[in-house]
Ligand binder design. Structure first.
Ligand SMILES: [Zn+2]
Length: 122
């Protein structure tokens, strides 16, 4: 019985190892989408916060993906300038358009597509 469990464990370990080896390392991190009414006091990295209520979304918040620690706010108000459009995908991720271009601080410029950050080359 113990030997059976041991073998099973070995097999699982092998499977897990194989999966790790095949994981695409170049792919950027997948962001978690959270839909809430207010930004939390402590925001998490790799999470995009969609602020809204009912059928209405008014803004998007996230920690700058460059690592500078700044919190980015993107207004979804059509009257606001600038403002962004948000698209929801079936897998629960979102896309923003146009790109996010910080004119101050770290000057990050990136597209947010399907829960992933795609950096723009300067
Ligand atoms: Zn930054």
């Amino acid at each position: 019985m113990f030997e059976f469990l041991f073998r099973l464990w070995q097999r699982l370990k092998n499977l897990f190892g194989a999966n790790l080896a095949f994981a695409p390392l170049s792919e950027s991190l997948h962001y978690k989408t959270l839909r809430i009414e207010e930004l939390p006091d402590k925001m998490e990295a790799n999470t995009i916060y969609v602020l809204g209520e009912g059928n209405y979304n008014w803004s998007v918040g996230m920690i700058c993906p460059c690592g500078c620690g700044n919190i980015l706010h993107m207004s979804l108000h059509k009257e606001g300038r600038p403002h962004w459009k948000i698209m929801w995908h079936n897998d629960g991720t979102v896309s923003l358009s146009p790109s996010v271009n910080r004119l101050v601080g770290c000057k990050s410029h990136f597209f947010f597509e399907r829960g992933r950050v795609r950096w723009c080359k300067q």
